[in-house]
Design a protein around this ligand. Structure first.
Ligand code: GLC
Length: 429
């Protein structure tokens, strides 16, 4: 039924999405998304069991039938959606993005389009996405779904650059069948789980550049089912028609230290950078390389200064718990956000572009100068707008300043800067 509905509108969708005019509720959702600034990414699936990250199946060339046996042993006995959501909310994060189906092809939700899902193929038999969706609604936090365009399990996924050692016949692929499967699953995700904040696609880079993913019709389907649902695609390029947010992997917009953002321009859409809290997306048992709370906070601040959200990843354990260190980090970040969140939430990148010493964020007539790295107590930068007042954010002590004829603002800080972020609030005319 879902498929019939879908194909009836597919041809007009092609043109419709090229001339995509976001619905009013979509535009409102974009604003809210930008205001929210900080989300938590969750990579969780049967790949959590071998505990070597979400790419293990293809990295270790595991035959899909052998890999699939993981499902019959997947019983995350300690999974508690209420506890996850509470721990995540405590960090000050305003949304959660969870893997509904990763490249391994296993669906973490009840789907009638494949038995290879958490309800039908595991002894756990619980739709964890549904439990999470209900809990997110209850605790007032948005839920986004990651959805992989790649599938290392199915024959109908056209052979791509990855997933060769999983035992499928060479040259496998039936695009029409796979495309319908995805759209049918997306229809389920967008009808059975309440309001979905975003669909976060990933994997386009698995096929040649000229491969036609038929995204316009897929995007149109999503926007038809939930006009406010934001679409993002981690294709590492500038956004295509129909996308509502732009994604950057492991780098802030305009940077390319990780190598995924070469030539990626910055669009006018809301921006989001995703990064791992330790080194890996999916749970990896020996990866205890957690970033410090200070580093995480400074990353949120730097992202905000670049007008971007930060989506910080955690890989939950196969037993259903979030790793203890991750929960500790969430608490520490939350403590900072509770005091200083006013300089982050609801802001946009400020008038002072990112500098080596820090960044700025702005909300109305309030310009927040986030000093991350400064020797001494004097700071000058160009600022065209007249400053009425300057204060240390943490104690409201006045910060002496002068503004010269060349539009340079000179601050004389009353104290040495403090970690992780020393904030001066400027009230603009
Ligand atoms: C990459 C990886 C994928 C991960 C994603 C998160 O695309 O392939 O495993 O989910 O990054 O950004």
């Amino acid at each position: 039924m879902a498929f019939l509905l879908f194909s009836a509108t597919a041809s007009f969708a092609q043109t419709a999405e090229e001339n995509y005019v976001p619905a009013p509720e979509n535009l409102a959702a974009r604003q809210e998304f930008q205001d929210n600034k900080f989300g938590i990414f969750l990579h969780w699936g049967i790949y959590s069991m071998p505990a070597q990250g979400e790419w293990y199946m293809t990295n270790a060339n595991i035959n899909r039938d052998e890999y699939a046996k993981l499902a019959s042993g997947f019983y995350p006995s300690r999974f508690n959606a209420a506890e996850w959501v509470a721990a995540i909310k405590a960090s000050g994060a305003k949304y959660i993005c969870i893997t509904s189906r990763h490249h391994d092809g296993f669906s973490m939700f009840k789907t009638r389009w494949s038995n290879y899902n958490i309800v039908d193929a595991t002894p756990f038999k619980r739709d964890v996405l549904k439990e999470l969706a209900d809990e997110c609604q209850k605790q007032g936090i948005k839920l986004h779904f990651y959805y992989s365009h790649i599938d290392w399990f199915r024959d109908d996924y056209p052979e791509g650059k990855t997933g060769h050692g999983t035992g499928r016949p060479q040259g496998h692929g039936n695009w029409e069948s796979y495309y319908n499967f995805m759209n049918n699953q997306l229809t389920e995700l967008l009808t059975n789980y309440g309001p979905v904040g975003a669909i976060w696609f990933d994997g386009a880079w698995d096929q040649p550049k000229d491969f036609d993913w038929q995204l316009p019709a897929q995007y149109e389907l999503i926007h038809r089912l939930q006009p406010a649902c934001l679409i993002g695609n981690n294709h590492h390029g500038t956004p295509h028609a129909g996308e509502d947010i732009q994604i950057f992997e492991r780098d802030l917009p305009g940077e390319n230290t990780a190598g995924y953002s070469a030539g990626q321009g910055i669009s006018a859409l809301p921006l989001e950078t995703c990064e791992t809290m330790n080194g890996m997306w999916g749970y990896k048992i020996e990866d205890q390389n957690y970033k410090s709370a200070e580093t995480l906070i400074r990353y949120i601040v730097r992202a905000a200064g670049k007008n971007a959200n930060l989506l910080m990843n955690i890989g939950p354990q196969p037993n259903g718990e979030l790793p203890v260190t991750a929960v500790e980090r969430l608490k520490e970040v939350g403590k900072w956000m509770a005091t200083y969140g006013d300089t982050i939430y609801g802001t946009r990148g400020g008038d002072v572009p990112p500098q080596t010493w820090g960044v700025s964020t702005r909300k109305g007539k309030r310009l927040f100068i986030h000093i991350l790295d400064l020797k001494g107590t004097e700071l000058s930068f160009p600022l065209a707008t007249k400053v009425v007042r300057a204060e240390q954010f943490h104690d409201r002590a006045p910060v002496p300043f002068t503004q010269d004829a060349d539009n340079n603002l000179h601050l004389k800080l009353p104290q040495a800067t403090t970690n992780p972020d020393y904030i001066v609030e400027l009230i603009l005319e």
